[in-house]
Design a protein around this ligand. Structure first.
Ligand SMILES: Cc1cc2nc3c(=O)[nH]c(=O)nc-3n(C[C@H](O)[C@H](O)[C@H](O)COP(=O)(O)O)c2cc1C
Length: 239
């Protein structure tokens, strides 16, 4: 049987659980994972699959076939807080992580249907119960309602909120929106949409450093778990 001291001398373990359609949440997860590993944490990435028949077709291909209607078509389900069918990988069902990081893309201000479906699922209960969790939001522009939504849902499952970070795209309201629609249409960044000059969409340069700095701070908070057995706990700020 493991003693308390044995428990204290193992590597801290981190779960990065996310949903992604255009891979931005994955890119942040990868940058964070790299930093966690550098700081001697064991890291697991787990992607939630969105398999609900109502929306499977549109989100199983990229670029979108009918970007305007397929994006706007998510408005009502998002507003009513819909949940749907998802596949949860085994890694996102385990109850033995020391920290859970939740990667949440914004869909109409809120957490996307697949991420909300995970957070309310039976499987997410043991993962979060009594566990510290952090949130990263990826969004064209609107991150805070999404972040608060994830925080509320994860706290409801017994999670202990630690921190959050957000990543938003370049450009102001109209141009960043047109840039995103252009990306959903063509599958790549273009200079113009309907004759209007647009900025590149997706994560901005520098996101990796921000993601690593965020992970580094979280890893510092976990270092107490990695202290040699018998050592007194080291306050995170002094590690
Ligand atoms: C259906 C849908 C609705 C969206 N609604 C918003 C929104 O209300 N506000 C916003 O800032 N971004 C919105 N976006 C942009 C997403 O936040 C962005 O595409 C996402 O963060 C990319 O993450 P991913 O690549 O991991 O899927 C929306 C995207 C989709 C597909």
């Amino acid at each position: 049987m493991m003693s308390d001291n044995d428990t204290l001398s193992r590597k801290p373990s981190v779960l990065l659980v996310y949903y992604t359609y255009t891979q931005q949440a994955l890119k942040v997860a990868e940058a964070m994972a790299e930093q966690f590993r550098k700081q001697d944490c064991s890291v697991t990435l787990a992607k939630i699959e969105f398999t609900d028949k109502r929306w499977l077709e549109r989100f199983s291909r990229f670029p979108l076939k009918h970007p305007w209607s397929e994006v706007l078509g998510m408005f009502i389900p998002q507003m009513r807080g819909a949940t749907g069918e998802i596949v949860i990988p085994e890694e996102a069902k385990r109850d033995d992580y020391d920290l859970v990081c939740i990667g949440s893309p914004t869909w109409f201000f809120r957490p996307s249907i697949p991420m909300r479906s995970y957070l309310v699922s039976q499987e997410a209960g043991p993962v979060l119960d009594g566990k510290p969790f952090a949130i990263y939001v990826v969004a064209r522009r609107y991150w805070s309602i999404n972040m608060k939504g994830v925080r509320k849902l994860a706290k409801k499952r017994g999670g202990e909120y630690v921190d959050n970070i957000h990543f938003v795209y370049a450009g102001r309201q109209i141009r960043s929106f047109l840039a995103l629609i252009g990306y959903f249409t063509h599958g790549e960044n273009r200079e113009k949409y309907a004759g209007i000059k647009i900025p590149p969409t997706n994560l901005q340069p520098g996101y990796e450093e921000q993601a690593r700095a965020f992970a580094s701070k979280l890893a510092d908070g976990l270092q107490v778990l990695a202290a040699p057995a018998g050592d007194p706990p080291v306050p995170a700020a002094k590690v």
